[in-house]
Ligand binder design. Structure first.
Ligand SMILES: [Fe+2]
Length: 607
């Protein structure tokens, strides 16, 4: 028997699963109703897009259920923005939709921006299902999804690993490349920065009109308040960004074919955010020109709500409960005998960056006030380490950390896959290893302490606890930094052991400016650190590997995604590169780099 929980209104569907006490979003049918009735023809893509401009999607598969999603454009069916819309749905075992397992009607509510989530349960494990939505005779295309295998099933797992898909002035060649592979993936693992809240930040976004977004409200995040940087600030803004991203035909098609497993990173709310704080102004009050605290709880709540409305994620969302208890997205998903996924949230509970963005501080290489350089990027190690050891900032927060350690330790899956937002492995850089570095800056920095390098004590605590518990085959999958890396993990990176305690593979962005491109923009021409940027092109990847012996592969100037294939014996990872995303023309896959981690080794083998 198949039961379907449905609804589009977060106010009435907090858990989004029948077992979680989800309310009736309207029009729930009795289980299995109309299952034998034939379905009508499927609309063409041109017809469909007028009513369902964001297509359809599925996510967070379990052995007996998967979340199905769509959104209706009310104007496409003669309705106003405040009207609810009745949506028919059908879920079947076959693509022709003749072997129906669930069918009925649900309401896409105006209060949820006409998004709709369905959770058919009682499905068979490790099975493909097909589904479709319909309003007044116009249908979506037929979507395809797949349930997870039973935890005891000895089956291989194959997924794509992706992150960082800035749309502004950028083309999604990565999605074209993935579609061209025509793979039978189990899921797409998306590790954050699915959207970017800023729509014209010239520091990393390209101009032009073809790939642009106009926000209904928008807030000016420029320190000069000169409208040079506009970002989402309201619920209407964040909804607009999701809607515009999902209109892209390539992204729609990937969602149509594969279930997604998603976590967020910073840009689902604000750049380098922590809790309900952004860092857009680097603590410069744009009006008083004094130091400021960039806290905005209402903005965070809007970002959370839009994320929940538009992602088919099995999250707990309680909008009537205040921040930070309104949404909980950390969770585990099991995929047969060999894979358990641990999806963490590294933004909602983390401490502030240890080095304030406001005042200059030469002890950490922070040469000027109100700057991310020296507070988050290129932070001098000798000044940072004692401060970190004293304050011990947390990235996961106490409750999530305890949950994570407990869940990983007790997992009996062959591979423990950590869906991780920001890089775990230590990425120090001895600047003197770059060519032409003057003596004044010949010291060691952490490239980015917004990632785990900024939370060194907690990282050690976690890796040490997992190591002491005998956890085997920890495979960390990471996004955020717009580069491809493959690294081995140690409890103490300065004292590597013969056998590492796990491995980490980091995927480049789908389209977002590469780390190299970002650093060129972020370090001002008159900064004392400018020689680092000038030397970056020819020396960064080698200097990173020379500084960090645990780093086995580095490419800081790349775009693409990774393919991961896991079985009882090994985890195979392939980095798939595409060309410049600021160019409209797709030139195919430009490079592939392959790696293997054999079971029990915790090592990166470069093929
Ligand atoms: Fe990103």
């Amino acid at each position: 028997m198949v039961y379907v929980a449905c609804g589009s209104d977060p106010e009435t569907t907090p858990g989004q699963t029948p077992d979680g006490g989800a309310g009736d979003g309207g029009g729930n049918p009795p289980p299995g109703s109309d299952a034998g009735k034939p379905v009508g023809p499927t609309s063409t893509a041109e017809q469909s897009v007028k009513v369902f401009p964001q297509g359809l999607a599925s996510g967070d598969p379990r052995p007996d259920r998967v979340i199905l999603w769509t959104r209706v454009e009310p104007g496409g069916v003669g309705k106003g923005p405040n009207d609810d819309v009745d949506v028919e749905y059908v879920v079947a075992r076959d693509e022709a939709l003749t072997d129906v397992v669930a069918r009925g009607t649900a309401k896409a509510l105006a209060s949820g921006d006409h998004t709709l989530r369905l959770v058919p349960t009682g499905l068979e494990p490790n099975r493909r299902y097909h589904y479709r939505f319909e309003v007044q005779g116009t249908t979506t295309l037929v979507g395809r999804t797949k349930t997870a295998p039973d935890p005891s099933a000895d089956v291989p797992v194959k997924y794509a690993m992706c992150a960082c898909q800035d749309m502004i002035g950028r083309y999604w060649h990565s999605w074209q490349a993935l579609l061209d592979e025509k793979l039978d993936l189990d899921f797409v693992l998306f590790l954050g920065d699915y959207i970017y809240e800023s729509v014209n930040d010239e520091r990393f976004q390209s101009g032009g009109t073809e790939r642009s977004i106009k926000l209904p409200n928008g807030i000016d995040t420029s320190p000069k308040q000169d409208k040079s940087r506009i970002a989402a600030g309201t619920l209407a803004d964040y909804r607009t960004v999701y809607k515009e991203y999902r209109k892209d035909p390539l992204l729609r098609e990937v969602h149509r074919l594969y279930p997604f497993i998603v976590t967020w990173d910073d840009h689902e709310f604000a750049d380098d955010c922590w809790q309900d704080h952004s860092t857009s102004f680097d603590e410069l009050d744009p009006v008083t020109k004094g130091f400021t605290d960039e806290k905005n709880t209402a903005r965070r709540a809007s970002a959370n709500r839009a994320f929940f409305e538009f992602q088919p994620i099995d999250a707990v969302y309680k909008p009537n409960v205040g921040f930070p208890f309104d949404i909980k997205i950390y969770r585990t998903l099991r995929w047969g005998k060999h894979v358990e996924l641990f999806m963490t949230d590294q933004r909602m509970y983390r401490a502030d960056h240890l080095i304030p963005e406001g005042p200059a501080d030469l002890s950490v290489g922070k040469f000027s006030d109100n700057s991310s350089i020296g507070s988050r990027y290129f932070v001098r190690k000798s000044g940072f380490d004692p401060k970190e050891a004293s304050f011990k900032p947390s990235l996961l927060g106490k409750e999530q950390k305890e949950w994570f350690l407990d869940a990983v330790k007790k997992s009996n899956a062959t591979w423990k896959v950590w869906g991780n937002e920001v890089q775990v492995y230590e990425m120090a850089l001895e600047l003197g290893k770059l060519p032409g570095i003057p003596a004044a800056i010949n010291y060691t920095v952490y490239v980015n302490v917004d990632q785990w390098d900024g939370f060194r004590t907690e990282r050690t605590e976690i890796l040490d606890a997992l190591s002491k518990a005998g956890v085997q085959n920890l495979l960390v999958c990471t996004g955020d930094i717009h580069s491809f890396y493959a690294a081995e993990l140690h409890v103490d990176f300065s004292k590597p052991t013969a056998k590492p305690i796990g491995v980490e593979y980091v995927t480049a962005g789908i389209s977002s400016a590469s780390l190299k491109a970002l650093m060129e923009k972020f370090v001002a021409p008159d900064s004392p650190l400018r020689p680092v940027i000038d030397a970056w092109t020819n020396g960064a990847d080698q200097a990173l590997k020379d500084t960090n012996p645990h780093l086995k592969y580095a490419d800081t100037n790349a775009y693409g995604f990774a393919l991961v294939a896991i079985d009882a014996a090994k985890a195979e990872v392939q980095f798939v590169e595409v060309g410049d995303p600021t160019k409209a023309t797709y030139t195919g896959v430009t490079a592939r780099h392959k790696f293997v981690t054999d079971v029990g080794t915790h090592k990166v083998r470069v093929l």
